[in-house]
Ligand binder design. Structure first.
Ligand SMILES: [Zn+2]
Length: 342
């Protein structure tokens, strides 16, 4: 990446109201059949345009073609029955009715590859594509087949690896795996979570990211954050092993969070996507606030390894607020770039 402090988002952007109910997660589509296919493509074009207008350097599809960051991928796999549902606790935090793993996991067809090709046709800028991470996928299902979280995660990692290789071939520059579960199940992360992630990236030549956040700005997550105390040291548990892993980039929540920024020293040598935009509030950061977060991170991350980013996806926000936050991110990065140039 030639640009210093290249900006990007953690992934999702709000969907237009003609495609899905705004400011809602899991919002059902408003179109059907061919209209839905066209509608998703149009929304992807708009999401790209908004990132370009805001001056974002590494662009994405804004996750316009998927209903949910985990479920949409799982829906395309064999071995999971979406009719058979059980209630489980997601990330030890909230109950949800989830599908059941009933047989061997496989990926009969590509999931996002056509969408990625479409995005690639629309822009020459570097593109980043997000996939769910194996551990976070396991955590959204009831497993009645493997009866082992580790074994199930390994099977998901194999399916993710097939998808990632095809995304790379479609021209994706950076592939990101969303692993909010890494902030919760520390022993498992160290025992097998990172190994599964490395299986998912096996043989890739493009850059890879693991996104570890404290979740969208939904109530279950903001309530959980209130229980974490004044210092959020969750990252400390998994950073030493991540630092040793083959993952290139680590995407973290840093703005308005209680994460002690000095924890970044534990992943020295990795590129860091520094979350400098809070997605849990409608208040738009000032460029100076963004710059302040980036400056803090610069004490522990070399400038050529720092990628300004959002804390998490912006799907639940209004489009106006998301646009404002994209602009603030770019403007904040520009302030710090100028400081570094002098
Ligand atoms: Zn996130």
């Amino acid at each position: 990446m030639k640009t210093l402090l290249p900006t990007s988002t953690a992934g999702s952007l709000p969907k237009p109201s003609w495609l899905a109910e705004p400011e809602t997660l899991w919002s059902p589509w408003k179109l059907q059949d061919n209209e839905l296919i066209d509608g998703k493509h149009d929304a992807l074009r708009i999401a790209l345009q908004e990132q370009k207008q805001a001056g974002i350097d590494i662009v994405s599809d804004g996750e316009q073609t998927r209903q949910h960051f985990v479920t949409t991928f799982i829906e395309h796999l064999s071995g999971v029955d979406f009719e058979q549902r059980k209630t489980v606790k997601i990330r030890d935090r909230y109950d949800a009715s989830v599908p059941t793993v009933v047989g061997p996991i496989s990926r009969p067809n590509a999931v996002f590859v056509e969408d990625a090709k479409f995005l690639r046709q629309q822009t020459d800028q570097p593109i980043k594509w997000a996939l769910p991470g194996p551990m976070t996928m396991v955590d959204t299902l009831y497993d009645d087949h493997y009866k082992s979280r580790e074994k199930l995660a390994w099977e998901f990692a194999k399916a993710l690896n097939q998808e990632a290789k095809e995304l790379e071939a479609a021209g994706v520059d950076i592939i990101q795996f969303d692993e909010p579960a890494f902030n919760v199940f520390f022993d498992e992360v160290n025992d097998w979570g990172i190994a599964c992630l490395e299986k998912a990236i096996e043989g890739l030549n493009c850059e890879t990211v693991v996104h570890i956040c404290y979740g969208y700005g939904i109530k279950a997550n903001t309530d959980w954050k209130k229980t974490l105390g004044s210092e959020w040291r969750q990252y400390e548990e998994v950073f030493p092993k991540l630092q040793q892993s083959n993952i290139d980039i680590i995407s973290l929540e840093c703005h308005n969070s209680s994460v002690p920024i000095e924890l970044l020293a534990l992943v020295q040598g990795k590129k860091i996507m520094v979350g400098a935009i809070d997605v849990a509030t409608n208040t738009i950061e000032t460029p100076e606030e963004v710059a302040a977060t980036l400056r803090k991170a610069l004490k522990y991350v070399d400038a050529d390894k720092l990628y300004p980013c959002t804390n998490c996806g912006m799907a639940p926000l209004s489009r106006e607020v998301a646009r404002g936050k994209l602009n603030a991110l770019r403007a904040g990065a520009e302030i710090v770039r100028k400081e570094l140039a002098t």
